[in-house]
Structure formats: C-alpha cells, structure tokens
Write a protein that binds this ligand. Structure first.
Ligand code: ZN
Length: 110
C-alpha cells in the first residue's frame, strides 16, 4: 500500500487576535504595536542645564510627551540608530539616559 505524503496543510490560524485592551502603543524601535505594559515609556523632559532630554520613565507616570519602546536591546539599538527618539519626542537633543539604560542592559545580558 503506497502511502502518499500528505502535503502539510497550512492552517492559517486566525485564532482571534483579540486585543480588547485599548492601551496599545507603538514601539519606536521596531515599529510594532504592543500592549502598553509590554513597553517602556520614554518621556521628554528638561534637565538642570535647560537641555531637552529623553528620560526613561520606568513607572510610566511622568508628565510630558511620551514615546514607547520594547525592553529588548534590539529595539533600543534601533531607536538610537534611527534617531527615532528625537522624532517621536521633538526637541530632544540628549538621549544619554536612554543610551545608558541600553548599555546597562547590554552588560547584563552579555
Ligand atoms: Zn520594539
């Protein structure tokens, strides 16, 4: 009895992308939308010397214009490389705080 190989059936699983939560934000690194609590918030602020900076808003509670990033290094690198932070937060000239966090994560994961 000849057994015929069944062609792998590709079941396009539309199992229901049910994003019922309205709190979806777009990562400025990879540009993918994700739930708010999966992303880290960056906020535009002004430091002591009057420079407009991007700060990492760990608790997502700081006032000011915000941008969102995945906690993954890839996204941070992309955002810094593409200068996406300055675009998402106009006026920001100093992203050291963001770079610092990216570097710290880099060392942690290395
Ligand atoms: Zn991302």
């Amino acid at each position: 009895m000849a057994k015929k190989a069944l062609a792998a059936q590709e079941s396009s699983g539309h199992a229901g992308l049910d994003i019922s939560t309205s709190a979806v934000r777009t990562c400025i690194g990879c540009r993918k939308a994700d739930a708010r609590d999966q992303l880290i918030r960056l906020v535009r602020s002004t430091n002591n010397s009057g420079t407009t900076v991007a700060l990492v808003d760990v608790h997502a509670r700081m006032p000011g214009r915000g941008a969102w990033l995945h906690p993954g290094l890839e996204c941070w690198r992309l955002a810094i490389k593409r200068r996406a932070i300055g675009r998402a937060l106009p006026g920001v000239t100093d992203v050291r705080d963001v770079e610092l966090l990216a570097e710290q994560d880099l060392r942690k994961q290395a």
